[in-house]
Design a binder for this molecule. Structure first.
Ligand SMILES: Cc1cc2nc3c(=O)[nH]c(=O)nc-3n(C[C@H](O)[C@H](O)[C@H](O)COP(=O)(O)OP(=O)(O)OC[C@H]3O[C@@H](n4cnc5c(N)ncnc54)[C@H](O)[C@@H]3O)c2cc1C
Length: 390
């Protein structure tokens, strides 16, 4: 009989500890300042590239590290627990649009774009959400009309993280009606007809930009997935969700650890805050949620190995990590009183970041519907009828 093992293997522990050591040496000192800076930390990206921390799951044949999804999760947790903002670089370099790209790009596309992305000198953003298509992503309208051997793109995207800094955009487009009409194209920054709106701040301090496509010519070599590509894109997007979940958990735990130290040192009514049961139970509840969510996250990652994680296990992990991370960060702030609400530590930042991840990458409500579909073993279409999307 196989025994279940809840410990990391020796190599995994060594890898995690090595990344944590790197983060402590190179990222800890500026973690507070970096959290207040809206721009993409390009210096961190190049540093991480030098450490082999970008493209962890990209095959060695494509100049990646050939590691597993679990390796990438261990790395992003180790960095997020020291410098949350730097963990965004690991997200961009391992879990987000780069993973969809690495999964489906042809050799020519990989040769053109992977070297810069893996060196930390280029950045790919995902442009899926539209003004009229958020949770209902399949209602997107940005159209790809045939133009000779290529296409012309017309439409608009919202909420694109790294919109100000990305050099390449993975744009979800509609080649024809229905879900089967959706695919994706690669659009470089600076392409004629492609413009960006004003930077808009998120609550986290990051900025997003609206993207405008006016008759933008896309060469055939820049189609990533043609019509019928949507399901493949969403399968790969589950990796993005795992990165989102891992950061939520690690950032919630960082706030928890800061509050724990504070509760041991700060005295009121003649004794440390940690002596009050009303606060002890906050830590107990947070520990319970964080540890339970950790198991779901590792299960989804380990079962994916070098492939893509299952939709159901990803949904369970993301909801659990999002809720646990935000709960822990929010309670950490309460435990610390005004010190937590001020910007003197990372706790306010942890609270704001974990809040955003409950919406980004598939809001918890949408993922709970996905989980319920697994429970009842049937689909729960949210529309009364198919949209007449052209
Ligand atoms: C920090 C952050 C970063 C993001 N980065 C990107 C990015 O890089 N690229 C990109 O394309 N998009 C990005 N997004 C956008 C994100 O994908 C959308 O916010 C998300 O898909 C939800 O869409 P919406 O905001 O339009 O909300 P809506 O779809 O309008 O939903 C509003 C609320 O209603 C709930 N809801 C909707 N439908 C249902 C239903 N059927 N049942 C129950 N509840 C429902 C939702 O869960 C949500 O709570 C980002 C968002 C955030 C917050």
């Amino acid at each position: 009989m196989t025994v279940m093992d809840f410990e990391l293997g020796e190599q995994q522990r060594a890898f995690r500890d090595a990344v944590a050591g790197f983060a402590a040496r190179h990222l800890a000192e500026r973690s507070l300042a970096r959290a207040r800076e809206p721009g993409y930390p390009w210096d961190v990206a190049e540093l991480m590239a030098g450490q082999g921390l970008l493209g962890i799951t990209v095959p060695e044949a494509d100049s990646g590290q050939g590691g597993s999804l679990m390796d990438a999760v261990l790395a992003i947790e180790a960095v997020a627990g020291v410098c949350p903002r730097s963990a965004d670089v690991l997200q961009a370099g391992n879990f987000a649009a780069i993973r969809t790209f690495a999964e489906y790009a042809n050799d020519e596309q990989k040769a053109r774009y992977l070297p810069g992305l893996l060196a930390g000198t280029a950045l790919i953003a995902v442009a899926m959400s539209e003004p009229e298509a958020g949770s209902a992503a399949t209602e997107l309208r940005t159209a790809a009309a045939p133009d000779g051997d290529g296409y012309r793109i017309t439409g608009s995207k919202v909420f694109t993280t790294h919109g100000s800094d990305a050099t390449l955009f993975l744009v979800y487009v509609r080649f024809g009606p229905g879900i089967d009409g959706i695919g994706s194209v690669l659009v470089e920054r600076g392409t004629q007809g492609f413009t960006l709106g004003e930077p808009m701040p998120y609550m986290s301090g990051e900025v997003w930009r609206q993207l405008y496509f006016e008759d933008v010519r896309v060469e055939p070599g820049n189609v990533l997935l043609g019509p019928g590509g949507f399901k493949k894109q969403i399968s790969a997007f589950n990796v993005e969700r795992i990165g989102n979940a891992a950061r939520a958990l690690a950032v919630g735990r960082l706030a928890f650890d800061i509050a724990r130290e504070h509760a041991l040192e700060r005295k009121q009514f003649g004794k440390p805050l940690a002596e009050f049961q009303g606060l002890q139970w906050k830590f107990a509840d947070a520990a319970l949620k964080l540890e339970a969510a950790q198991l779901l996250l590792y299960r989804a990652a380990v079962n994916a190995d070098k492939g893509l994680p299952s939709g159901q296990e990803t949904a369970l992990a993301k909801v659990a990590c999002n809720e646990a991370g935000f709960f822990a960060a929010n309670e950490a702030m309460q435990v610390m009183g005004a010190a937590g609400y001020s910007e003197a530590t990372l706790v306010d930042y942890c609270m704001r970041r974990t809040r955003g991840w409950m919406i980004a990458g598939g809001p918890v409500e949408i993922l709970k519907t996905r989980i319920a579909e697994g429970v009842f073993d049937r689909r729960f279409p949210q529309r009364d009828r198919r949209p007449d999307t052209k």
